[in-house]
Design a protein around this ligand. Structure first.
Ligand code: SF4
Ligand code: SF4
Length: 298
């Protein structure tokens, strides 16, 4: 069975307990205005172009079967609409000007990379974390990886933003040890404006999950001008306050995305957002502590 993988990151310490291998699956069901991983959104391979790195070697023109690379009036041009996403140009571009976002990998290939660090997981109580994008978009492939991890005794965590039918997550829960759930905005109108939907399904799924008894971390990226208010953060904390297996609530500061990443995919920045100061994040954490025992501002 094959899945579309954006990246596999070894020795991750931010995606669950201990030392972990984080597997990022490509494709997302949300449309967050501040997304800092735009290459993870579309559920298909893509070529990222960083023209400032191009050394003009011409290898991409030679290997492309679709004529998607050309030199026009001395300038190297990439015609995205002609691209068949075979990945040959990115393989040949040693300057790193062309980067393939999304590789189709067999479950066995992913597992081989995960299992390389088995001894580290044992010593640190770590494991494998599946993230995205939205990893539940590739539910069957994800389930295959989770079951294989379980067979090998590797602890599993899934990072999700919850925008899919509840049956998706319900089916996977027996194979997951920890869910890291992103609830970004409490207010439905704001959720619609900044995430592209009113968040009803995201909140409903979180309620089901909270009642399921599965160990759970809830995370909110705090974005200046969007959800950086006591009302928003307090509203989310109140919503999750009674979950019996909530390990902690985590506040993550928004970090602006480099423009080069957007330009590499010919995307526009939708809006400019501010990073909340660290001290202010601690103030918001105090608001959340009125409802939730363990709050971590990071
Ligand atoms: S292979 Fe890379 S460095 Fe060479 S011309 Fe193409 S984009 Fe530029
Ligand atoms: S991914 Fe393949 S089809 Fe697309 S530009 Fe590169 S070589 Fe051409």
């Amino acid at each position: 069975m094959k899945g579309l993988i954006l990246n596999i990151q070894r020795f991750s310490t931010h995606d669950g307990p201990g030392v972990r291998t984080a597997v990022f699956l490509k494709g997302c069901t949300n449309d967050c205005a501040w997304c800092h991983n735009p290459e993870s959104i579309r559920p298909r391979p893509e070529v990222q172009l960083f023209p400032e790195r191009c050394i003009g070697c011409g290898r991409c023109l030679e290997v492309c079967p679709a004529g998607a690379h050309e030199v026009v009036e001395g300038e190297k041009v990439y015609h995205r609409q002609r691209c068949q996403y075979c990945g040959r140009c990115a393989e040949e571009c040693f300057a790193g000007a062309l980067v393939m976002a999304g590789n189709s990998l067999e479950a066995e290939e992913v597992m081989a990379q995960i299992l390389e660090d088995e001894p580290y997981y044992r010593h640190s109580q770590g494991g494998a974390t599946f993230s995205g994008g939205e990893p539940l978009m590739q539910k069957d492939f994800l389930l295959e990886l989770l079951r294989r991890c379980q067979e090998r005794g590797v602890h599993t965590a899934v990072e999700t933003a919850g925008n899919y039918p509840w049956t998706f997550l319900d089916e996977l829960l027996p194979s997951i040890d920890l869910v890291i759930y992103a609830l970004k905005i409490a207010d439905p109108e704001k959720h619609r404006r900044y995430v592209g939907n009113d968040g009803e399904r995201v909140r409903a799924n979180l309620l089901f999950l909270g009642a399921s008894g599965k160990p759970l971390v809830v995370r909110t990226p705090v974005i200046g001008g969007v959800n950086d208010t006591p009302e928003e953060i307090g509203g989310i904390a109140r919503f999750i306050a009674d979950f019996p297996e909530l390990l902690y609530y985590e506040l993550l500061p928004y970090h602006p995305l480099g423009k080069a990443k957007l330009q590499s995919l010919e995307l526009e920045e939708k809006e400019h957002f501010a990073t909340p100061p660290k001290e202010y994040l601690h103030e918001l954490a105090e608001v959340a502590r009125q409802f939730v025992g363990q709050v971590r501002p990071n």
